[in-house]
Design a protein around this ligand. Structure first.
Ligand SMILES: Cc1ncc(COP(=O)(O)O)c(C=O)c1O
Length: 384
């Protein structure tokens, strides 16, 4: 039986060509730390880290300096850094209705310490109208942070319009680009973003354990570091350096991860976002066409122009858990079933508490694999 990997929303697989080799090559033949030594191997590793920042800068049209591209231990860390490092008692923050727990759980922690939040409403497909932000803005609104595309339904958030509204009012806008990084063009400069966090292991096609946090200069100056410690710089002082990226990069960076991400970013830039996006949209359209008319509900817009390649199905006549199990056992199709760490997204979509079976596509997913999955879904949905 073949294996069809349709869980790219959780983590991409396969990774970009050469990622594993680049990581192994660093571990086997270099292995040096950066910012800690001046010998040749250390400089070579530092050069790769620098190029990784430059590639991220290029991919996200980041107008700042490469030093303002922070390499994080992961995306959840990056989101926590934004929220916990910026907000304090008496502040108000606005988020979308579709947020992942990587945003909601730190927010709940903050709420216990006097931070208030509001959610911009969304319809039953997870769609939001940017103007609905306006009545939520208060005098103490310090930040708007939104999920660019839902990890449950794929629904794309109206980022451009929201960015205009925030920019006109001087409210910093931060973006969770977990499901759009590497799949859609995200223009940090044109959107006047304050911050963007992205994992290395999803659409960026790199390894787990590394992410990036891009910070606008003024916003960065108002952000407290979550973690402080050794940076290999200013070693005469016990005070955290205030310059970038050291201010937010304490401890040794995940260097095998950086080598892997360096490689995968090279691949993405070479392919170009337009090509990756067109592939993602074509697969999504094919999948949505294939499941139309079956006894199931697409929890989301069911429109490839309004969503990324993440499609959630709720099998109205069957048990979602049983169907996900049968998809793997009988067909070798790997999906994710449940609530996908985003309970309020499911409340919004009307799929709480039963959850959904989520199918998510990647650059290596083929049309044949989509057709195979559709045939399997048809069989299981009709026999349920
Ligand atoms: C929209 C969104 N935000 C945040 C996260 C958390 O990312 P990670 O687990 O890589 O830290 C995910 C991962 O599923 C996600 O899809």
């Amino acid at each position: 039986m073949q294996t069809v990997y349709l869980d790219n929303g959780a983590t991409s697989f396969p990774k970009a060509p050469g990622v594993g080799e680049a990581m192994a090559d660093y571990l086997l033949h270099n292995g040096a730390n950066v910012n800690r030594g001046t010998y040749g191997k250390a400089s070579a590793a530092a050069m790769t880290v620098l190029e990784t920042r430059l590639r991220l800068k290029e991919l996200f049209h980041f107008p700042g300096k490469e030093a303002e591209v922070i390499l994080t231990p992961g995306h959840t860390y990056g989101l926590n850094q934004i929220l916990l490092g910026f907000l304090g008692p008496g502040d108000h923050v606005i988020v979308s209705s579709m947020e992942h727990n990587a945003v909601m759980r730190p927010l709940m922690e903050l709420q216990a310490h006097g931070v208030e939040f509001s959610r911009i409403p969304a319809d039953r497909a997870g769609r939001t109208k940017a103007a609905e932000l306006l009545p939520l803005i208060r005098e103490n609104t310090k930040l708007v942070l939104v999920d660019h595309a839902s990890n449950v339904s794929g629904t794309i958030f109206p980022l451009e319009e929201t960015a205009e509204l925030c920019h006109a009012r001087g409210i910093p806008l931060a973006v969770d680009a977990a499901q759009t990084g590497g799949h859609r063009d995200v223009d940090f400069g044109a959107l006047h973003l304050a911050a963007l966090s992205v994992p290395g292991h999803k659409g960026l096609l790199g390894p787990q354990g590394i992410g990036a946090l891009l910070l606008e200069e003024e916003f960065a100056s108002r952000l407290r570091p979550l973690v402080t410690g050794g940076t290999g710089s200013a070693s005469d002082s016990e005070i955290q350096p205030d310059y970038m990226p050291d201010r937010f990069e304490s401890g040794t960076v995940n260097l095998p991860g950086a080598f892997g991400l360096h490689k995968s970013l090279g691949f993405i830039l070479e392919q170009g976002i337009d090509k990756l996006k067109a592939h993602d949209e074509a697969l999504t359209a094919r999948f949505l066409d294939g499941v139309r008319g079956l006894p199931l509900r697409v929890a989301g817009p069911a429109d490839p122009k309004q969503q990324v390649g993440v499609v959630s199905l709720d099998f109205t006549d069957g048990d979602n858990g049983e169907i996900a199990y049968r998809l793997e056992k009988d067909y070798g199709i790997l999906t994710r079933c449940g609530l996908h760490c985003a309970p309020n997204a499911h409340r919004t979509l009307g799929t709480f508490p039963q959850g959904t079976v989520r199918f998510s596509f990647g650059y290596a997913t083929t049309e044949d694999e989509i057709d195979y999955a559709v045939r399997a879904i048809r069989t299981l949905a009709l026999e349920a």
